[in-house]
Design a protein around this ligand. Structure first.
Ligand code: PLZ
Length: 449
């Protein structure tokens, strides 16, 4: 098979095509089985069971072809079943599936770390370590920062999201559904203000950072802080792009006080925002960066990458896990990263922004319920409010999302207030499908008015 970037593993026709209502009868039957077999604690946004995906579409068991504006929550950035990923995985899985890198190593792990050290911001000497999930990467960033600084406090911000394990639940801001009833949470986690331009009023980035820093100094003491961990564009918090200067001021404060500055780029990283990493838009070189999601085209892989002196401060054996940097996941990552480099993935994300932003802004003019249009690259969002107020409108947001899915456009909502409609198309999304999806969203806005 010749590998061309537009060719998906299954050569799916790039069209929206509904042959049943959504969800169709086969999906509904599977949902009934899901209810009997799967814990109720595992929720499903849209009970549409998928059989194939690639380019910009998801195919369900009923034969519907739907436009994918979610990328499985920012994971299939290089497109689902990307040929480079498929080829690498198929080759690797036939050679060997696992040895445990900590027991008998293999080159794929080293190659992924070399690639991470090359593509992440900054030209200082770096090291990486590989894990299985975003939450695990965040946990390890905290472990590393604590060992390096010999301090314990961890500073996070409002609207932040970092995962569902005990430590990362404590670091995550939003109670429902992530934290409710699951405490007690780990100690020494402190939350300070973040910049949310749409809701902050006329305060600039450095001003908000000043409040956050004052809170750190007065309530924790800078010399007790091991790490400040912030998403450069907040994902689950609502696709919040901080006001210019906020992120850089927090990084500068960390540097001046011997605090490890960690950028959680699990959602914003790997070309999603029109640069390789969103920190680059802020002119910040983080000490450590956590990655996952887009890194491996859908295979479970995560990483911590950062300054060699910080990463190497941990005793041998202090970092690891049975599956961390599994060879099949590493092969997938090498395929995904090669595709991003060869196909100018950041340029593709910028092209998606250029196509979507004017349409979203014109929708805002026609629909006063759109309080804000924001984001970077292929990480864009609209925030819905009750018309004439700043009050969030989660009901309308949910209704709009239901409308879109019913019309064959898979979408995601987000935000602390549940009123943000987010767009995370794969970077292989054909422009005609993007246009079609925007038309359906516009119709949905009319239908839910
Ligand atoms: N940090 C910035 O976005 C995962 C969560 C979906 P894991 N976001 C999607 C859900 O409801 O569980 C995320 C993130 C940021 C950390 C994580 C955690 O990554 O791979 O889900 O553990």
């Amino acid at each position: 098979m010749t590998l061309t970037p537009e060719r998906t593993a299954s050569d799916l026709v790039q069209e929206r095509r509904l042959v049943t209502s959504v969800p169709g009868p086969k999906s509904q039957a599977l949902l009934a089985r899901k209810t009997e077999a799967v814990s109720a604690g595992v929720g499903i946004s849209w009970p549409v069971f998928i059989t194939q995906a690639g380019g910009g579409v998801l195919i369900d068991v009923d034969g519907n072809s739907m436009i994918d504006l979610g990328s499985g929550i920012a994971v299939t950035t290089v497109g689902n079943a990307n040929p480079y990923v498929v080829e690498g995985v198929q080759k690797q899985v036939a050679e060997f599936t696992h040895t445990c890198f900590m027991v008998t190593p293999y080159s794929g792990y080293v190659e992924v770390c070399e690639a991470l050290n090359r593509v992440t911001p900054g030209d200082h000497e770096k090291r990486s370590a590989l894990f299985n999930s975003g939450a695990e990467a965040v946990e390890n960033a905290v472990k590393i920062a604590r060992v390096y600084t010999q301090r314990s406090a961890v500073v996070v911000v409002e609207h932040g999201y970092h995962g569902r394990t005990n430590l990362t639940m404590g670091m995550t801001a939003k109670n429902m559904p992530y934290k409710n009833g699951f405490g007690p949470f780990a100690p020494e986690i402190y939350r300070v203000p973040t910049s949310y331009p749409f809701r902050d009023g006329p305060h600039d980035g450095p001003e908000v950072a000043k409040w956050a820093i004052s809170r750190i100094e007065k309530e924790i003491g800078a010399t007790n802080v091991a790490a400040i961990i912030i998403e450069p564009v907040q994902g689950e918090g609502g696709f919040i792009v901080p006001a210019p200067g906020y992120f850089a001021a927090m990084a500068a404060f960390a540097k001046a006080n011997g605090i490890v500055f960690v950028a959680d780029e699990i959602q914003s990283g790997f070309c999603r925002t029109g640069d390789w990493f969103a920190s680059e838009h802020e002119g910040v070189v983080p000490d450590l960066i956590t990655t996952a999601k887009g890194i491996a085209g859908g295979m479970p892989l995560a990483a911590v990458t950062g300054r060699a002196e910080i990463m190497d401060s941990v005793h041998a054996g202090g970092l690891g896990g049975t599956y961390g940097g599994n060879p099949v996941a590493c092969a997938a990552a090498l395929g995904a990263i090669r595709w991003m480099e060869e196909e100018d993935a950041p340029g593709r994300a910028r092209a998606i922004e250029a196509a979507m932003m004017p349409r979203l802004r014109s929708m805002q003019e026609n629909h006063p319920a759109i309080g804000d249009v924001r984001g970077r690259g292929a990480m864009l969002a609209i925030e819905l409010v009750k018309v004439g107020t700043m009050d969030p409108d989660p009901e309308r947001t949910a209704a709009l999302a239901r409308f879109c899915v019913g019309e064959g456009v898979i979408v995601l909502t987000t935000g602390t207030y549940g009123n943000v409609f987010r767009f995370l198309p794969p970077l292989t999304m054909p422009m005609h499908l993007l246009e079609e999806a925007l038309g359906i969203i516009e119709r949905g806005l009319e239908a839910t008015a």
